[in-house]
Structures are given as structure tokens and as C-alpha cells.
Design a protein around this ligand. Structure first.
Ligand SMILES: C[S@@+](CC[C@H](N)C(=O)[O-])C[C@H]1O[C@@H](n2cnc3c(N)ncnc32)[C@H](O)[C@@H]1O
Length: 391
């Protein structure tokens, strides 16, 4: 009987209840239960089906021989297992080279097949461990498929090649369970949005269904009623998606952002009276102007304790003014840094911060956008400084 081995084009990865096997050349993903996973482990090129059965039988339920033989036949037919020297051609193991595996990973990822993408990238990285970009991509894919230790290991490996990468350094803070910084380091934000700015609008709006600006506009509208002709400050304005929804209420609209590339995109939109490259807390501390409405749409996700922003913002708010912002919703108070590199906030924290600054908070929990096929929920918050009729 021929010896059995795993097809070299089949990549295996343990999961909670067995293995997943991705057949790279056939583009097929197989889920293997624990019994199948054991059989695959035993098919290492040194055993035929009888030898596999001899070892496996005592570990399996009685009378499962026929089922095991059937499974092996099926695995051979589907190409997960190969017989004899089928895997060897001209003395070489037939396997996709690293560059093709990495390209395949990229393609699979874009199709949402992230488990298979992870397997391909993992193998590509094993084949070409000196390629730093492979390690970074592997870290990202490991994070997406929920393999936290593997994500950390891949990023740590990558940092040996690229110690100045501020984004990965920040991601490792969370993956290592180190103490969270007060806010995401400025260098990390700049690096992230320098890259992201070119496709921010299409990625967020067309691919991820980003709804932050619409929902924020809606809660801000409830707080403002019919008020128009307002001086409005947009913190972390990005390309101007939120500014666009608020333009009608504004007699003067200012946008600030740490990323020069995002500010140039906002300039192209032509809705702001003034745009400035600036860090939110520094700007709020140095600006002398005051505002009727201060918004931060999907920007305070880069801050831990919200007091850092609310305390200086309150000082720049006119009587009867409104602060409106969104944060990603946390299940536990008060807030925490997640493996995404962003912070999540609980409604208790929002209420506490509002109270501490003499503001009244209301919030609504709604869809924000998709992330790796899952819905992200946000708290859309308004904080009001008192009755507008008092102003
Ligand atoms: C997810 S984008 C949101 C952009 C825009 N508000 C929107 O709704 O599309 C977050 C923006 O916040 C900016 N940002 C993050 N931290 C910042 C900080 N500390 N100071 C200024 N801008 C910051 C980023 O540069 C980025 O443009």
C-alpha cells in the first residue's frame, strides 16, 4: 500500500476544534474535526493507511475502521492527502513559492477569505523569513483571524527589521498587554493616515459602510433643533465627511487634523472656511476663538480618558453650545485600548466625564461601520452646556 502524506499545497492550521486545511492550488478550504486532524498528523509520508489505522484505532471509537478508511480515500480524492511520491516532481516538492503564496494571501484577504489568507501568508513567511513585509502582513492576518500570540510574534519579528514603525510599535502595546498610553502616539496617527488618506473615502464609505457622519449629524440635530448660522469646529476632520453633513448649520466651519494628507483631501472638498494641521488637545489649548458646536466624528477612538479632550473643549464652547462625538462602544467601563490599536469607551465613562465638566450627556448606540465582516457599534454622544435660551 502506498505511503500517505499531506499534499504540500495544503496548508494546515490548528483551530479550537480541529484543523483548517487550505488547498492553495485548488482554492478549497477544508475544516477537519479532531479525528481528521489526528489522521492528517499521522500521514507524514512514513505510513500507509494500515499503519495509520494501527496507531489511530485505540484513540478512536470502537468499529470506526471503515469510517477511517473512507475518510482517507476521500482525502486522497480531494487532494488533501497524496500517495507515494506524488508530491515530488524531479526531486523537488511541488509547492507554491513564497511570492506566489503571499500574492495569493493578498487576493484571498481581499475576497474576505481570511483564514486561508493567513495560512498562505504564514507559509510564505516560513519560506522567506527575511522579508519584513511578509511579517507585517502575517501580524495583521493573525490579528484578523484571532490568533493573538501569533500576531504578537509576527509583529515582534517585523520590528527587528523596522524598529521605527510607529504603527506596529503601538499595536504591540496592546498585544503585549502593556499599559495603554493616554492617546495613540502622534507618530502612529501620522503614519497611518499618510498611507490611508488616498483610499480613506472609498474604503470607509463604499467597502465598510461607514455611517458615522450621518448618525452623528442626527444626534447633533436633536440637540441643536433649528439652530443655524453656527461657528463649528471639526476635530480630527479627516477628509471632511462629517464637515459635509454639518455645513448647512455653519456660518463658519473650521477643521483640524494631525494628518497633513487628510487635511489636503479635506481642502479638495471645499466645505471648510479654515483648515489646519494640528493635534486636537494642543489646538484646543491654544485657540482663542469659541464655538457653538464642536464635533469629533470617529476621532476620539484614538484617546483613552475622554477628559483629555472634553476639559479643553468646554473652555472653547459658547453658552448653549454642543459637543458632539462618536466613540466605539465598550462592554465594560470605563474605556480600554483594544488589539485594533483603537480605544473603546463605555457609556458610564461618557456620563462621568460630562458630569465632571458641568455638561449634560445624551447618547445613542448605532452602527458605525464593518470591520473584517463584523459590525462595529458606536456611541453617538452629545454634551450640552446649558439651555440655548440662556445664551
Ligand atoms: C477615522 S478618521 C475620521 C475622520 C473624519 N472625522 C470622518 O468622520 O471621516 C480619524 C481622524 O482623526 C485624526 N486624529 C487622530 N488623532 C488625532 C489627534 N490627536 N489630533 C488630531 N487629529 C487626530 C486622524 O488623523 C484622522 O484623520
Amino acid at each position: 500500500m502506498p505511503f500517505l502524506s499531506v499534499n504540500p499545497n495544503v496548508l494546515l492550521s490548528p483551530v479550537a476544534d480541529g484543523y483548517i486545511a487550505y488547498h492553495t492550488t485548488a482554492n478549497r478550504l477544508h475544516e477537519l474535526n479532531p479525528t481528521a486532524a489526528l489522521l492528517v498528523e499521522l500521514c507524514d509520508g512514513s505510513r500507509d493507511a494500515d499503519a495509520v489505522l494501527t496507531i489511530a484505532s485505540p484513540l478512536l471509537p470502537p468499529n470506526s475502521e471503515a469510517a477511517v478508511r473512507g475518510w482517507i480515500d476521500q482525502a486522497v480524492a480531494s487532494g488533501v492527502l497524496v500517495e507515494g511520491n506524488e508530491a515530488i516532481v524531479d526531486g523537488e516538492v511541488r509547492e507554491l513559492p513564497a511570492d506566489q503564496l503571499s500574492e495569493l494571501a493578498c487576493q484571498l484577504r481581499s475576497e474576505g477569505k481570511v483564514q486561508a489568507a493567513y495560512l498562505c501568508q504564514d507559509r510564505a513567511t516560513q519560506l522567506l523569513p527575511d522579508n519584513n513585509a511578509y511579517w507585517r502582513e502575517l501580524g495583521e492576518l493573525a490579528h484578523i483571524v484571532g490568533k493573538r500570540p501569533e500576531a504578537r510574534e509576527a509583529y515582534e519579528h517585523y520590528m527587528q527589521f523596522c524598529p521605527d514603525d510607529a504603527e506596529v510599535r503601538h499595536l504591540l502595546t496592546s498585544l503585549r498587554d502593556d499599559e495603554a498610553p493616554a492617546r495613540v502616539p502622534d507618530e502612529c496617527i501620522k503614519q497611518l493616515y499618510e498611507r490611508f488618506s488616498a483610499f480613506y473615502d472609498s474604503n470607509m464609505c463604499d467597502e465598510l459602510g461607514y455611517s458615522g457622519p450621518e448618525h452623528l449629524n442626527s444626534v447633533v440635530g436633536e440637540a441643536l433643533g433649528e439652530r443655524r448660522g453656527l461657528s463649528v469646529l471639526d476635530l480630527g476632520c479627516g477628509t471632511g465627511l462629517a464637515g459635509l453633513t454639518l455645513k448647512d448649520r455653519a456660518s463658519r466651519l473650521i477643521g483640524i487634523d494631525l494628518s497633513a494628507e487628510m487635511i489636503s483631501r479635506a481642502e479638495e472638498r471645499g466645505v471648510y472656511d479654515h483648515l489646519q494641521v494640528a493635534e486636537i488637545t494642543e489646538f484646543l489649548r491654544s485657540v482663542t476663538e469659541t464655538f457653538d458646536l464642536i464635533i469629533a466624528c470617529d476621532a476620539l477612538i484614538y484617546f483613552g480618558d475622554l477628559s483629555q479632550v472634553i476639559a479643553p473643549a468646554v473652555k472653547r464652547l459658547n453658552a448653549g453650545g454642543v459637543i458632539g462625538f462618536s466613540v466605539e462602544a465598550a462592554s465594560k467601563p470605563p474605556w480600554s485600548l483594544t488589539d485594533s490599536g483603537r480605544y473603546v469607551h463605555h457609556a458610564d465613562h461618557v456620563n462621568e466625564v460630562a458630569q465632571a465638566h458641568g455638561l449634560e450627556a445624551t447618547y445613542r448606540e448605532e452602527f458605525l461601520r464593518m470591520e473584517y465582516g463584523k459590525e462595529v457599534t458606536a456611541l453617538y454622544v452629545t454634551m450640552t452646556s446649558g439651555d440655548p435660551s440662556d445664551s
